[in-house]
Design a protein around this ligand. Sequence first.
Ligand code: NAI
Ligand code: UGA
Length: 459
Amino acid sequence: MVKICCIGAGYVGGPTMAVIAVKCPAIEVVVVDISKPRIDAWNSDKLPIYEPGLDEVVKACRGKNLFFSTDVEKHVAEADIIFVSVNTPTKTRGLGAGKAADLTYWESAARMIADVSKSDKIVVEKSTVPVKTAEAIEKILTHNSKGINYQILSNPEFLAEGTAIEDLFKPDRVLIGGRETPEGRKAVQALKEVYAHWVPEENIITTNLWSAELSKLAANAFLAQRISSVNAMSALCEATGANVSEVSYAIGKDSRIGPKFLNASVGFGGSCFQKDILNLVYICECNGLPEVANYWKQVIKINDYQKSRFVNRVVSSMFNTVSGKKVAILGFAFKKDTGDTRETPAIDVCKGLLGDKAHVSIYDPEVTEDQIQRDLAMNKFDWDAYEATKGAHAVCILTEWNQFKELDYQKIFDNMQKPAFIFDGRNVVDAEKLRGIGFIVYSIGKPLDAWLKDMPAIA
Ligand SMILES: NC(=O)C1=CN([C@@H]2O[C@H](COP(=O)(O)OP(=O)(O)OC[C@H]3O[C@@H](n4cnc5c(N)ncnc54)[C@H](O)[C@@H]3O)[C@@H](O)[C@H]2O)C=CC1
Ligand SMILES: O=C(O)[C@H]1O[C@H](OP(=O)(O)OP(=O)(O)OC[C@H]2O[C@@H](n3ccc(=O)[nH]c3=O)[C@H](O)[C@@H]2O)[C@H](O)[C@@H](O)[C@@H]1O
């Protein structure tokens, strides 16, 4: 029986391994982590992450061929294939601080693999890492090898949160990079055989190591760039009377552009887009390519601009001050169908409003009060959208949860201060209908309400 061990039971390690286990009953999969609470949660009825469809997949194979454990060394020693799916955040100190990827967790995992291994291993980079990381890992492993043969593969993950299970069941592609040697090709083939249990062969792409590593950073950079492009257009739409949804639809009909990922928003969030672009920028700078670095840096600058533009719009619309006013925040997660708040635009928007002395009241269906406390050092959190909006001067919609489309806005209006404002940072509500109720509505990238037109320009 092939044995797989995955180091890191997070948003990637957990769902990815659960899907491998469910699709490959003859493979034993153990997910290990140094965090005991996380492993305990994976072994409980309340999984540590919210992801539609995940519970069913885990329940189908946990205890059969899928296991979660803190006994990292034992399972690493026993495995044939080791996935490393640890976090790779942006460095906060030292060389490359604020840009470069922090590979501390990765390096310690690699050293541990070298320490405990007694048989040949295939080590798979699942985490998103800077291009050329495999070379460093290879050095750590081979310099400590005790005669053991290691093959390093790059197998970046492209799942998006909220649709992880769907994405893993039907990936657009699986990418495997390896050394172009007979041993390297054999290792690539071994991993290919795992995915071939459910992914059509033509969707499994094999490349050299560096192409695979760089493709992951490139994919996230291209995706984020699309959002910054449409968000940049949204500002121009507001200034000219064009409607960003109409513009997106019209350009998306061009098959070369395509219709997906063109929704204007209050800004992109999530643990990866910003981190991976910063990492790309750093790599470009290190390779003497400042023009390329600046090009990608602009994607992040526009994202920051979009978030502050939103805050400025709220404040300027409400007579240039939100001091002492209750502002209800609907949605705190970085996108719908997840409880994840890493780099959520809601953090920046709330901090902006709090900085202007607003009283902020937050509701999100999946984010816990504890999490908000950690993100904002405040504990005003409501368990219900109607409570959050009661007595408020304004409502800001910051996550596109489906339920926000179906709220009783008449009831919300009746319980708010007047004039009652709605700032829709995700274009989820029917602005005309809400105007009919009496709200002053701002929808990102849409023709402005008469009220807002007379307000000072936004920067
Ligand atoms: N979150 C996402 O949607 C995606 C993330 N990625 C990449 O995957 C990687 C992991 O991301 P997430 O799963 O979101 O991170 P995460 O923070 O949710 O999970 C990482 C886990 O690794 C554990 N860990 C760290 N060092 C360890 C060690 N030495 N031994 C055992 N466990 C250790 C941590 O305790 C944590 O539970 C990152 O490189 C990220 O860029 C890639 C695609 C999608
Ligand atoms: O490397 C990663 O971590 C992952 O990053 C993203 O996935 P994720 O961040 O989970 O979610 P996305 O659906 O990409 O959304 C990211 C952000 O962009 C925003 N967004 C997305 C699409 C859009 O049209 N407009 C828009 O503002 C979302 O609301 C969210 O804040 C990529 O889509 C995945 O392919 C990748 O594997």
